[in-house]
Design a protein around this ligand. Sequence first.
Ligand code: NDP
Length: 255
Amino acid sequence: MSDPFHSFHLDNKVAIITGASSGIGAQTAKLFSSVGATVIAAARRLDRLEKLAEEVPNVIPIQCDVTSDEDCEKLVQSTIEQCNRVDILINNAGISDPIAALDEELSEFRRVIQIDLISCFYLSQLCARSMKEQQTGGAIVNVASVHGFVGSAPNNQPGYSAAKGGLVNLTRELALEWARYNIRVNAIAPGYVATELTDDMIAGESGRKWIERNTPMRRPGNVEELNGAMLLLSSDAGSYITGETIAVDGGWLAR
Ligand code: NDP
């Protein structure tokens, strides 16, 4: 039998990762680099991306605000110019709106939908056009959330829950439309994971205890615990998986 781990390698693959300046995105950049990929690391904080590129081989930083259509277009264009191709897109950039629905400004709700959902659609479309033209297929992984399946209150975040729910079903829709081009579209749905996004919540006693009480495994996850699902969905190891969302949540959605 040939080495079953071989299909997890990303040798010669080019991967765009949004939100690579911290948390899950930075971890995924390290992961992909370690298995042979060239990583296009995108986010607004260029200094962070440059530091990542100094520490991790084969990382190319590109400043990109995903709320700007022009930035998204430039990101994909300059990936093709520098690397001749794009094989993997990780739609990871995301923000939350920790406010009760009755108090939220419409502009804030719109902003979250723009970053957490609309930019994922646009970048997927731009990359899928290139992947189709290359005739080599590709893999898109959307970073959704358990709150794409269940509401978040009393940890209120109305725009976030709406966007992540949309992202889970967008994953299915794009998977169906692009399966014929061998472009696989999947998602992961993390539970609560320690990053800058959840720093305040985990640092505060009541937030941490709420997570511990509501997570069957009784603890938040850490970013390394997303590696397995991320790599499975991005590599040839997942070559027959599409339209799927894998929960990595310490049991949150099993309740
Ligand atoms: P972080 O806050 O550490 O990372 C968020 C990333 O998104 C940063 O790199 C940030 O970069 C980037 N980002 C935010 N706004 C923009 C923008 N307008 N344009 C480009 N990049 C942007 O949080 P996480 O690592 O936790 O979050 C990553 C993803 O994981 C998000 O989609 C989040 O919803 C999801 N997730 C996280 C969970 C958790 O518990 N941590 C649970 C479930 C899902 P910069 O500011 O430099 O632009």
